[in-house]
Design a binder for this molecule. Structure first.
Ligand code: MF3
Ligand code: CO
Length: 270
């Protein structure tokens, strides 16, 4: 990427939004997000029993190469080391930031969360989805359905004049109403020239609190939902977040553009 002194202000920073949300930048985000969605789609279709999470990660990398994109995850600095894979693949009790491995062979009924963040022509697209390999049980199907609904309800709140807390509240309320829990340790975020930009978007909170949402912001909204209680811990690999009670988790994420008409989902292949 370009050096810091030539780097333009972040796309979604509300302090600079008047000058930063130019048509060029918005088009840049549209293109980057379409690429991220295409890669995620390909990976989702490849989830089936017998496939290793290493294979899935390599498939993601191959798609990125094919589309002229780069992984924004690979080499990303964490608390103790750099992220070693191209995508995040989290199975069952793994909530987020799982690392693909040849030792992890997907079994029938496994809950598989795929998180793809790509850089394309300087812009970042970020999206995630959880699927079941095979049928799965009813409780797991419900977990996925409620989590995706929570994402869509959060997205609905991403409109000018609302605050980040309106998104947070909508997600938390829907999730808890169905007996599930959101995690507190990881949050959604602004996204643009960097993967993690201002503002943070927690999946819990109060209405009418937090930063004001304005037109032109690009936001990654991402409920991380636990079937059991909300306690998580970090594995010694420095990345993989797992539920303490060992129950499964789901993760759905879209990058959206805030417009005067409301939020537009950018991470779709259409
Ligand atoms: N969607 C995740 C996030 O926003 C992706 C993280 S990639 C990693 O945090 F590099 F941190 F692994
Ligand atoms: Co994200």
């Amino acid at each position: 990427m370009s050096s810091t002194n030539t780097k333009p202000a972040p796309v979604c920073n509300p302090d600079t939004i008047g000058e930063s949300a130019t048509p060029d930048r918005i088009q840049g985000m549209r293109d980057a997000c379409r690429v991220a969605a295409a890669v995620l789609d390909r990976m989702v279709s490849a989830v089936k029993p017998g496939v290793t999470t290493y294979d899935l990660d390599r498939l993601g990398k191959a798609c990125m190469d094919e589309l002229g994109a780069e992984s924004a995850c690979f080499g990303y600095p964490g608390q103790k080391n750099l992220f070693p894979a191209y995508t995040c693949i989290s199975i069952n009790e793994e909530v987020v930031h799982g690392i693909g491995s040849l030792d992890k062979v997907i079994q029938d009924g496994d809950v598989v969360s795929l998180d793809v963040v790509t850089r394309y022509k300087g812009y970042i697209g970020d999206n995630a989805r959880t699927v079941i390999a095979g049928q799965g049980d009813e409780a797991t199907q419900r977990l996925l359905k409620v989590s995706e609904e929570a994402l869509m309800l959060g997205i609905e709140q991403a409109r000018p004049g609302n605050r980040v807390g309106d998104i947070s509240y909508a997600i938390q309320h829907w999730v808890e109403k169905h007996g599930f829990n959101v995690i507190r340790e990881y949050v959604g975020h602004g996204v643009g020239l960097e993967m993690h930009e201002h503002p943070q978007i927690p999946n819990y909170g109060k209405r009418r609190t937090g930063p004001v949402i304005v037109s032109g912001m690009t936001l990654a909204i991402e409920p991380m939902v636990l079937m059991g209680d909300r306690n998580v811990r970090l594995l010694p690999d420095g990345w993989t977040v797992v539920s303490r009670d060992g129950k499964p988790a789901a993760h759905f994420e879209h990058t959206v553009l805030v417009t005067n008409k409301g939020a537009e989902v950018l991470t779709t292949v259409n």
